[in-house]
Design a protein around this ligand. Structure first.
Ligand code: FAD
Length: 489
């Protein structure tokens, strides 16, 4: 039952990047306000300056909204989806429901912050009650500061300071059906009419096979991870050939699960099962990198479009050769681990973190293509494409970011393959042309003797590409360009 006497007017809950009912502070506050609640989601493709979601993320959004609609219906919470300018549609929804209070959880990309701040001010000026909450991050980006009150640019001190703030709060339970007083239902658009899913051609088959978007899907994935794969996470998380990581990233991206839920779930699982304190700590540190990316995005809103380190503004990127860019996107570079990664991305909308680093390094350093080209491709193809993590990670690999990998550290794709995919199982899963190559040559088929190639049914340049660049020469070229930039800056 509501915890305070019900005011007569309703509450509007505006879902955004928090497509869940459990551990949702905005929903919790709306319910506790004692007002009848109506919920909306707005697909905003009209407000100027918002970055349009990529294709894979749009597919995910459609599934997630479908799941949310059905969860809301089961709770008796009226929910509708509308398309248009979010500020106008929130006002329309307030008028149509007669609600005098609106609740939402915060977002952190620059344009989204501007929209929310302006709307909040306007609505408060018109005597609406507006309450925004944090549900996406363990620590608000502005809360973690150095001793001198400055934001951090280096991960380790950032994470130490974040942790010194104390244990993140416990997750808020999902309200029970009886606790929600349904508000006035309003019209919405059908999910099918939003055009979020591909039709001609329908390229989403691989995504459907790989994922179950929605809060229940996130819950099931988390359960499987903590029961089966958390144990050994600290040592195996760099192995793309093993089910070594949680795959929670798209669920986190759409807010189907919160970092608080993950933080506490791994601790509970370790207390009850075989995972070690090291596994828990390592997993939490990865959540820490996610927090740090948001901290960077908040202090540098142009993270996806400008170099964090200004000296990279003069870096002599090559004009991308269309054949190189295409080979990279399609997984036809002739470097098996790169090709496996790029094909995993295309097929499933996701790529293992180690392989993301290898593929990004290949584009930036072997092909000398501006990191923004890669960021944009990942933005379009990843189901977890995220304004903070994607941009921060690309800049990290490029060396232009905060606390970035030094530019002179150039991944050798074959050696990375040998080290992190020792039996070649990952390559075989995504590059069927190399299925029969012996492990010894699978990461450098150009080194295989002719008998081995013919026994494996591989004809380089025909059934599988020859390398599109010479890695040694490409590395030298990249390092020279970097030295020139350093000398000139
Ligand atoms: P787990 O290892 O299980 O980690 C748990 C969670 O921690 C992840 O879901 C993620 O939210 C967070 N996390 C893990 N590693 C990182 C990291 N290096 N940086 C920030 N957060 C991390 N992640 C995205 O969520 N969206 C992106 O758009 C994205 N783009 C990337 C682009 C490049 C070039 C690189 C190198 C990395 C990118 N990452 C991105 C970070 C990372 O690769 C993914 O978060 C991770 O692979 C997700 O898999 P998981 O959920 O199994 O990770």
């Amino acid at each position: 039952m509501p915890s305070s006497p019900a005011p007569s007017s309703g509450a509007l809950l505006w879902f955004r990047e928090d497509l869940r009912l459990a551990d949702n502070p905005a929903l919790d506050s709306a319910v506790k306000s004692g007002r009848p609640v109506t919920a909306i989601y707005v697909l905003d493709e009209q407000t100027e300056g918002l970055r349009a979601m990529g294709g894979a993320a749009r597919w995910w959004l459609a599934q997630s909204l479908r799941a949310l609609a059905s969860d809301c219906a089961a709770m008796g919470l009226p929910f509708s989806v509308r398309r248009g300018r979010s500020d106008h549609l929130v006002r329309d929804a307030l008028r149509e429901t007669g609600a005098e209070a609106v609740f939402w959880n915060r977002r952190y990309a620059a344009r989204e912050i501007e929209i929310d701040a302006a709307l909040k001010e306007e609505l408060q000026g018109d005597r609406f009650s507006v309450q925004s909450s944090n549900c996406r991050l363990l620590h608000e980006p502005w809360e973690v500061k150095s001793k001198w009150g400055d934001p951090f640019k280096v991960f380790s001190p950032y994470w130490r300071a974040a942790q010194a703030r104390g244990e993140p709060r416990a997750p808020i339970p999902r309200p029970s059906k009886g606790q929600i007083e349904p508000g006035r239902a309003i019209d919405g658009e059908s999910l099918d009419s939003l055009g979020l899913e591909p039709t001609r051609p329908d390229w989403a088959g691989g995504l459907r096979d790989a994922w179950t978007p929605g809060e229940a899907g996130a819950k099931a994935r988390l359960k499987a991870f903590v029961e089966d794969d958390l144990r050994g996470y600290a040592s195996a998380r760099d192995r793309p050939d093993l089910p070594s990581t949680s795959r929670m990233s798209p669920h986190l991206r759409f807010g189907e699960v919160s970092p608080h839920q993950l933080w506490h779930a791994v601790e509970r699982a370790a207390a009850e099962g075989p995972a070690t304190a090291r596994d828990v700590e390592k997993f939490r540190t990865e959540l820490g990198w996610r927090e740090f990316s948001h901290h960077l995005l908040f202090q540098f809103p142009e993270l996806a479009s400008r170099n964090f380190q200004k000296r990279f503004d003069d870096f002599p990127w090559e004009k991308p050769k269309p054949s190189h860019l295409m080979a990279w996107r399609k997984g036809l570079t002739g470097f098996p681990i790169v090709d496996a990664g790029m094909r995993q991305l295309w097929r499933t909308g996701w790529m293992h973190n180690r392989v993301r680093m290898i593929c990004a390094s290949f584009l930036i350093k072997d092909l000398m293509i501006d990191w923004r080209e890669g960021e944009a491709w990942f933005w379009d193809t990843l189901v977890d494409a995220d304004p903070a993590n994607n941009a921060a990670s690309w800049q990290w690999v490029a060396g232009s970011g905060a606390d970035a990998a030094p530019y002179f550290r150039v991944f050798n794709p074959s050696l990375q393959g040998v080290r992190f995919d020792p039996d070649g199982g990952y390559v075989r899963a995504f590059v069927p042309e190399l299925e029969n190559m012996p492990a010894r040559y699978i990461h450098a088929p150009w080194e295989a003797p002719p008998e081995s190639l013919s026994e494996s049914g591989v004809e380089l340049g025909k059934t599988y590409p020859l390398p599109i660049v010479d890695h040694g020469a490409a590395r030298d070229r990249a390092l020279k360009a970097f030295d020139r930039m350093k000398a000139e800056s």
